[in-house]
Design a protein around this ligand. Structure first.
Ligand SMILES: [Zn+2]
Length: 159
């Protein structure tokens, strides 16, 4: 089940912690699925985020198989380091480059006719979402408290 997200929230969703999003080019009917997970480290007995996010892609929509490590993204710069398997200028590199640009300037998504969708799970903790308001946002009520003041709490289709 793919649910549309407010594209202005793309960076918030991407860097929430444990998320899966689909970017869809509506006109060309192409899409790419992304699985993003923050690397955590133990500091004084507590697991804390590192600001480094492992990004996996599934270009062929073949369910849960076919996840391929693509890149490490950095939440401060929104830049990425391409996985060793992939070469510069490859399809995965081009996708990651587009993702990086969209994280910095979300209006690029609508300019390119790209929609952002989630799969019915909270982007921060990956628990299934049940309440209609949570499904619109892609975040459960507890995790919503952690999304920060710039997280848009409505679906605004035009940016
Ligand atoms: Zn959650």
């Amino acid at each position: 089940m793919n649910k549309p997200l407010n594209p202005q929230n793309f960076a918030h969703i991407f860097f929430a912690g444990r998320t899966r999003v689909t970017l869809k080019n509506e006109a060309k009917d192409t899409h790419v699925r992304l699985k993003i997970k923050e690397k955590k480290e133990r500091v004084n007995g507590k697991m804390v985020g590192t600001g480094r996010f492992f990004v996996y892609t599934s270009i062929l929509n073949d369910g849960d198989t076919g996840w391929d490590f693509a890149a490490t993204f950095f939440s401060d710069s929104k830049n990425y380091r391409l996985g060793q398997k992939h070469s510069q200028g490859s399809q995965v590199d081009r996708i990651m480059s587009f993702v990086s640009k969209a994280l910095k300037t979300p209006s690029i998504l609508s300019q390119k006719g790209a929609g952002v969708y989630h799969e019915g799970r909270c982007c921060r903790c990956a628990m299934p979402l049940t309440h209609p308001d949570s499904i619109v946002l892609g975040v459960g009520p507890d995790c919503l408290e952690h999304m920060g003041p710039n997280f848009f709490r409505t679906l605004l289709p035009v940016i």
